[in-house]
Design a protein around this ligand. Structure first.
Ligand SMILES: [Cu+2]
Length: 202
């Protein structure tokens, strides 16, 4: 029995020793390992992300039920949440739009200061009246959202259902600029931040 134990201990020691040697990787193997890790990280980026594009306030309480105004513009915060969404190449971003906004996407590398805010157009719907100025800079623009003035109207002709979803697909890696096409929103004001964010595709 004693000899058997000795042999077992020796065999265990050899296995442990072999294991010790096996985890010392050659540079090539280490590089392969880190490449696999990078691949895994890429793979771990989600296929899609949700971006809240404008948010309704809840403090103090905001009641949108009739007869209240469901789209009280003074109760909307001009935010993109998260401000930077991360997805994998080939994925999509679900822009959940609350309020009078127009998601517009510019190609990789475009910065907010690159946008020509003097290149504009006007909303085309009957409301709001007067019409609202929209940015219309086509340089490196890869997606322009719907005219927010063309959402379904109520019987009184007031813009009624501004809230909606627009889903945009991104095929190539890089960081994209997303702005609100409503010029006053993009520029910001005393009470609202400039309305833009980013989508990073890995
Ligand atoms: Cu906006």
């Amino acid at each position: 029995m004693k000899r058997l134990l000795t042999h077992t201990a020796l065999a265990t020691a050899l296995v442990l020793c072999f294991d010790c040697r096996s985890i010392v990787l050659s540079p090539a193997a280490a590089e392969q390992g880190s490449a696999q890790k990078r691949s895994l990280q890429t793979h771990q980026s989600p296929e899609n992300a949700t971006v809240s594009f404008g948010t309704w306030q809840s403090e103090p309480p905001f009641d949108r039920f009739p007869p209240n105004n469901p789209t009280d513009r003074t109760r909307n915060d001009h935010l993109l949440l998260p401000n930077e969404a991360v997805i994998r190449a080939g994925g999509a971003v679900n822009f959940v739009i609350s309020g009078f906004h127009q998601p517009t996407v510019y190609d990789v590398g475009t910065q907010p200061e690159d946008i020509n805010v003097n290149n504009t157009t006007m909303t085309t719907g009957p409301t709001p009246d007067p019409k609202v100025v929209l940015i219309d800079d086509p340089t490196h623009r890869i997606y322009r959202g719907q005219d927010p003035s063309l959402q379904p109207l109520d019987r009184g002709g007031t813009a009624f259902l501004q809230d909606r979803v627009e889903v945009v697909r991104f095929l190539d890696p890089g960081t994209y600029l997303v702005i609100c096409g409503v010029r006053d929103h993009f520029l910001g004001s005393n009470t609202q931040p400039p309305m833009f964010g980013f989508v990073t595709v890995k």
